[in-house]
Design a protein around this ligand. Structure first.
Ligand SMILES: O=C(O)CCC(=O)C(=O)O
Ligand SMILES: [Fe+2]
Length: 420
């Protein structure tokens, strides 16, 4: 399907024109003259046509086991380490929205390249009709720009995993997961088409709700979930003892890092999308598997006087909790889960970047889950009344961000929503 690759390049341009992407490109499969990642030598310049496997039971689920060479995996791990997201032992998830770091754009570039070359599938098990029926990623997704604008890096210690979930609908179709370090088994669990198990899935006779398909994720692999795989199946990693069994043997668990790339769905209206318009870092400390209590630190961007974006220096960051109860937040959004909810608490982070300038990021704690890009809790968990955070953040304009009294300065959702 060379034609398709050519067509995409013609319509959307060749991303190798982009210096930023070029420098970080991970694989030089189809363009061996392009610069590979620093330190790459043995693999550089080789034509490596990635081998794509379709998970037969699940339409739209693909895995490329040899997506990354060993050196490329190390290079990604070092890029993650350089970000400094996991310096604190308790931090185990980092999210980025909007502009993604260069190395992530490079990864996206390589994913697109792998998808394009994957369309030259020569697997004998595929008839050309099947290929047309099941392209790895439909053309409209493969050609979107950017391919991804949201990143999650998860760090799992042995025993930690992620509970069964369908990724939030605020994210578009076409989700990529890159695995690093420890291998694991991800289970796909058939859900009804709206992502819940409450209804019988009448359309899916093949896979009654609850059927499980295990998929082995080796380090260096790339998983693509699209269509049914993305919307009609939950995915779960259970790393509790006894659950990580492959080929009759329990997998020896080590630390695992995953990189998930998604694209925000086109905003219609609503609070969440408005928030996500801004670039910010989010660090979580929580038990990903148990979906338990969180401690959140948000590090918003700030535009310096030069107009260049820079990250706040984390030193000097004041952190505190306001014992404040804001009852009956006016429903400013169309997010149904937020309407008329009372807030059970507010957390804030304050930074002083230069004299007279402060920036504040605030998270409101709601008694029920409102969504933050994390897996929605299973229904049994959702009924427990636990504080779950809703992330609210905005890029503060230095001139308007000077605050003397945090609690009185920021006390409504609308305050936070007004854009600068
Ligand atoms: O860590 C993984 O492999 C999966 C992560 C995931 O499913 C998510 O963050 O939504
Ligand atoms: Fe997920």
């Amino acid at each position: 399907m060379e034609d398709k690759a050519t067509l995409i390049r013609q319509v959307f341009g060749d991303s190798s024109d982009d210096d930023d992407h070029q420098n970080y490109e991970l694989n030089s499969r189809s363009e061996p003259e392009s610069s590979p990642v620093a330190g790459e030598s043995a693999d550089a310049g080789l034509f490596r046509n990635p081998g794509w496997e379709r998970v037969k039971e699940i339409r739209g689920l693909w895995i490329c086991r040899d997506f990354l060479t060993h050196v490329q995996q190390l290079s990604l791990l070092s890029a993650i380490q350089n970000e400094g997201w996991f310096l604190q032992e308790s931090h185990n998830q980092a999210m980025r929205f909007g502009d993604l770091p260069g190395w992530v754009n490079g990864l996206s570039y390589s994913i697109r390249e792998a998808l394009l070359s994957g369309d030259n599938l020569s697997e004998p098990s595929f008839t050309s009709e099947e290929e047309t029926l099941f392209p790895i990623l439909p053309l409209e997704l493969l050609g979107r720009e950017p391919l991804f604008d949201q990143l999650i890096v998860n760090l799992y210690h042995p025993g930690q995993g992620i509970c069964a979930h369908v990724d939030l609908m605020r994210f578009d179709d076409g989700i990529a997961i890159v695995s690093l370090e420890s291998p694991c088994v991800m289970h796909f669990i058939s859900a009804s088409s709206n992502g819940t198990q409450e209804e019988e899935d009448e359309e899916n006779y093949e896979h009654p709700v609850g059927s499980k398909v295990p998929v082995y994720l080796n380090p260096g692999s790339l998983v693509i979930m699209a269509g049914e795989a993305r919307y009609c199946w939950k995915h779960e990693i259970n790393r509790k003892p006894g659950f990580q069994v492959w080929d009759g043997r329990e997998i020896e668990q080590k630390r695992r890092i995953s990189i998930t790339l998604r694209k925000l769905a086109q905003a219609k209206s609503g609070l969440n999308i408005q928030i996500l318009r801004f670039d910010y870092y989010v660090y979580y400390s929580h038990d990903i598997f148990n979906d338990d209590s969180y401690k959140i630190t948000m590090v918003p961007f700030q535009f310096g006087s030069s107009g260049k974006r820079r990250r706040f220096d984390r030193r000097g960051c004041a952190h505190g909790e306001i014992p404040l109860k804001v009852q009956e937040i006016e429903a400013q959004s169309s997010a149904p889960s937020l309407k008329n909810q009372s807030v059970s608490g507010v957390k804030w982070d304050e930074k002083s970047t230069s004299p007279g300038t402060r920036s504040v990021s605030v998270s409101y704690l709601f008694p029920t889950y409102s969504g933050s890009g994390l897996a929605p809790p299973t229904s049994s968990r959702a009924t427990r009344s636990r504080s779950r955070p809703l992330l609210l953040s905005r890029r503060m304009n230095p001139t308007t961000a000077t605050v003397s009294s945090i609690p009185s300065g920021i006390d409504t959702v609308s305050d936070l929503e007004s854009s600068d």
